[in-house]
Ligand binder design. Sequence first.
Ligand code: SAM
Length: 302
Amino acid sequence: MDKPRNPAPDAAGEHPLRKDEFRAFQDLIHRESGIFLADHKQALLGGRLHSRLRALGLATYGDYFKAVQKDEAERIEMLDRISTNETHFFREPHQFEFLKTRVLPRWMEDARAGTRSRSIRIWSAACSTGEEPYSIAMLLLDQLPASEGWSIEILATDLSTRVLQRAKDAVWRIEKAEEIPTPYLKAFMLQGTGPEQGKMKAGPEIRSLVTFSRMNLNSRPYPVPGGFDLIFCRNVLIYFNAATKVNVVEELLAHLSPAGLLFLGHAESLHGLTERARSVGPTIYAPLQSTYFSGQKLPRLR
Ligand SMILES: C[S@@+](CC[C@H](N)C(=O)[O-])C[C@H]1O[C@@H](n2cnc3c(N)ncnc32)[C@H](O)[C@@H]1O
């Protein structure tokens, strides 16, 4: 078969991403990250990688593919460019309401009765720029203060080093403050001044609860200890195909405490992926053997 030729350079003198090059990236990205880029994403991929080709002085996407194959750091750079990182503070508000009204009161009651520890471990498994783990930190610190003996650890992981750095910096433009309930904003966020005018930063109380680390959900076994009280894996399963979803969910459930809860995104569900968990609220799941939330009448969402 004839080797496909590069199409003629466009007006800017550059070669567009060819179908066979797209296929090679599609396959590599899927193997590496579990993210499946459907065929209609060809132009999007070209757009996201284009500036990297320029920065490296490469003429074609085929040349860039060779660079990515050879060099792990370049693969990480590429994955940074293709991941979609949209996130908000207190996203999926009904889940925070569920935690506040159903889960935390139960933990407090059990801790008072001496039937549960006051050490809480939470995992935000695709944390993006940090809005998710810091929202959890604000709610939990408000409800379970250290002065009452509670100790909270939040592990926040993501595939993308770029978003992890932003999450560690914990600085956002001030407009993001609108996503945060006022009492939490006043208690836990700092307002930028001088050159930081127009920005806000997470305060030390919530920053000290969260540890960040790069972790690929598509690479098993996960290098984190199990027994999490809560796992948030929200708005990332949607990028995976069914086989990858099954593997990821199995591994997440293996890292959940028997009395723990798994939170997914609004367009995600465990339906058809596992028999080992059941729904205890919209997009909230408990291990099947858990008796922790069994028989509970769930509250109406407000
Ligand atoms: C749309 S954001 C969701 C952020 C947050 N969980 C939320 O719901 O607001 C999806 C995140 O998943 C991350 N991601 C994609 N593939 C991943 C993988 N294989 N392992 C870990 N994180 C991944 C992306 O880098 C991105 O930050």
